[in-house]
Design a protein around this ligand. Structure first.
Ligand code: NAG
Ligand code: NAG
Ligand code: NAG
Ligand code: NAG
Ligand code: NAG
Ligand code: NAG
Ligand code: NAG
Length: 479
């Protein structure tokens, strides 16, 4: 009974310490609580330090304080954040991933380099609205197919051109389903990416305009299909070519909620439906956020060429995708061949030399701050965008990272925090941060330790008792 009373008094003394401790490391009772706080605390894993002739001493304190109080240096647990590990790279982006372990109170920087390559391969896919009002643009593409293809293949030594069309879902009220003479396809991959002029000409000559009933077209649906149908379009790998879609239309598009008119309630699954379009009519149009995500994740540059009436609308969409940082967010449709060829050439040169970073996703408990650290032609007020980067020259970014104090309270398998940035047209970088929330000594439990009266485990020099046992002890003392 004597010994239990002694333990009881220790409990009281400890409680008093807690109240007096305030913003102090000394309130933490386990090594993991101690090192995962934001106070930069350390733990003395040394039994003799804990139990002294004058009572017990807190094991958690500022590392300097522990050392001063006589904790042997090699017993002070104060894990440091590790140097971030860079994993993988692509010709234009280095690295493509970071992995790191971070203490909650530390801030760490990582760097990312974007290096435009000269003569980098190009895949350009023209996606054209072929509702009736677009007939002059379809005719232009058909009569000038050779000029368009040679302009594209002239941009790099390895460029390819493809062509697809869209109008509308084949369902009322969007299309008059009784009108059998015209087919209105949600998306038609007329010509996968190619350099073969004969084939290109033959295939686009078969295209005819079609009728549909309301004004907005199914542009978003077709745009998503053109991006996710990797094998049908014959896109090269995400980082093996500059992948561009040129979307030409004179109408606004439907978005997810419009489908309610047609009684479609299933949200879009962003899967390629080219081989089997029977599902077209059963899914909603994609939402803005789905479009933005797909564009950035597929690493595709989207260029809009649209009628003046809907230019503001598509500029808004482009600004949503590129956080307002793309010059000429939406170009005007122009029936002059030279205008089309200029648009293609300028878009290629702009996209291949302009670095626009966009945050794609960030977990709740991580803070990240991107900054532009090296850019040849830095312009005042240009924020994070680096324009006119010379080939073989890097734009360099720095990301400052830190974790908040709540991250260690999550279950261990949910603690990893990630941040992903896209560099439009160049790829994405994911930074994976594991918080340092526990001490190695916690893996070496001395079960039923005699130090703990055979009723608990000695962990990092303190007893970890079964909570129910502590309650029983207390009631025994109180009786
Ligand atoms: C991280 O980089 C930014 C910008 O270059 C700089 O202001 C900051 O001091 C750096 N932070 C650390 C912890 O090095
Ligand atoms: C191809 O490029 C060269 C020089 O870069 C230019 O002289 C020629 O006119 C271009 N041809 C076409 C079809 O654009
Ligand atoms: C180009 O396409 C035509 C028609 O599809 C085909 O006959 C020809 O063999 C192709 N040429 C090359 C070089 O692949
Ligand atoms: C460009 O991007 C930055 C951050 O990415 C943003 O703050 C800014 O508003 C954007 N727009 C313009 C026009 O610079
Ligand atoms: C980038 O190049 C274009 C065309 O050469 C030029 O008009 C523009 O002023 C340049 N911008 C910067 C920031 O150098
Ligand atoms: C870029 O680097 C490649 C390979 O290192 C080289 O062949 C090419 O000439 C360089 N281009 C420029 C513009 O420096
Ligand atoms: C600790 O002691 C209990 C009984 O007091 C026993 O059931 C348990 O197996 C022991 N644990 C170890 C790891 O020795």
């Amino acid at each position: 009974m004597k010994v239990y009373l002694w333990i009881f008094w220790i409990g009281i003394i400890w409680t008093v310490n807690c109240v007096a401790g305030q913003e102090s490391c000394r309130i933490f009772r386990t090594c993991s609580e101690c090192i995962s706080s934001t106070l930069a605390c350390g733990w003395c894993d040394h039994r003799p330090f804990y139990l002294t002739a004058n009572g017990i001493r807190p094991l958690c304190d500022k590392p300097e304080a522990l050392e001063l109080a006589g904790c042997p240096l090699d017993k002070i647990i104060n894990p440091q954040s590790e140097t971030p590990v860079a994993l993988g790279s692509t010709p234009q982006l280095n690295p493509s991933k970071y992995e790191m372990r971070l203490r909650t109170q530390t801030v760490k920087n990582v760097t990312i380099q974007v290096t435009p390559q000269q003569d980098f391969p190009l895949d350009l896919y023209i996606l054209m609205d072929i509702s009736k009002s677009m007939s002059q643009f379809l005719e232009l593409a058909q009569t000038a197919a050779g000029d368009i293809l040679s302009t594209v293949t002239n941009l790099t030594s390895d460029s390819r051109l493809g062509f697809g069309t869209f109008v509308e879902k084949r369902v009322r009220p969007f299309v008059n389903t009784n009108d059998a003479t015209h087919s209105a396809d949600a998306f038609n991959n007329v010509q996968p990416l190619t350099t073969n002029l004969t084939q290109f000409q033959d295939n686009i000559d078969t295209v005819e305009t079609s009728n549909n009933q309301d004004t907005p077209e199914g542009a978003l649906d077709a745009l998503v299909q053109s991006m996710v149908c990797q094998s049908g379009i014959e896109w090269r790998g995400k980082f093996d070519a500059l992948r561009m879609v040129l979307l030409m239309t004179d109408a606004e598009f439907h978005y997810a909620l419009d489908d309610k008119l047609a009684g479609i309630v299933t949200s879009n699954d962003l899967q390629c439906r080219m081989a089997d379009d029977s599902n077209d009519n059963k899914q909603q149009f994609p939402s803005y956020s789905q479009i933005i995500r797909t564009v950035l994740e597929e690493n595709i540059v989207v260029i809009f060429s649209v009628d003046a009436d809907v230019r503001d609308f598509y500029s808004l969409v482009s600004n949503l995708i590129y956080s307002g940082n793309k010059t000429n967010a939406a170009a005007l449709l122009n029936s002059q061949l030279s205008a089309l060829l200029n648009l293609i050439t300028e878009s290629y040169f702009e996209s291949s030399t302009t670095v626009i970073p966009v945050l794609i996703s960030r977990s709740t408990h991580i803070r990240s701050e991107l900054s532009l650290s090296t850019c040849e032609n830095i312009q005042a007020g240009s924020n994070l965008v680096c324009r006119n980067v010379s080939y073989n020259t890097s734009a360099e970014y720095s990301v400052e990272l830190s974790l908040d104090e709540h991250v260690c309270q999550l279950p261990p398998d949910q603690r990893t925090q990630t941040v992903t940035y896209a560099f439009v047209g160049f790829g994405q970088v994911t930074i994976e941060v594991d918080p340092i929330c526990s001490c190695d000594c916690e893996n070496q439990r001395d079960e039923n330790s005699s130090f703990c009266m055979d009723r608990g485990a000695l962990v990092c020099s303190v007893c970890s008792c079964d909570p129910s046992y502590q309650v029983r002890l207390l009631s025994m003392v109180q009786i």
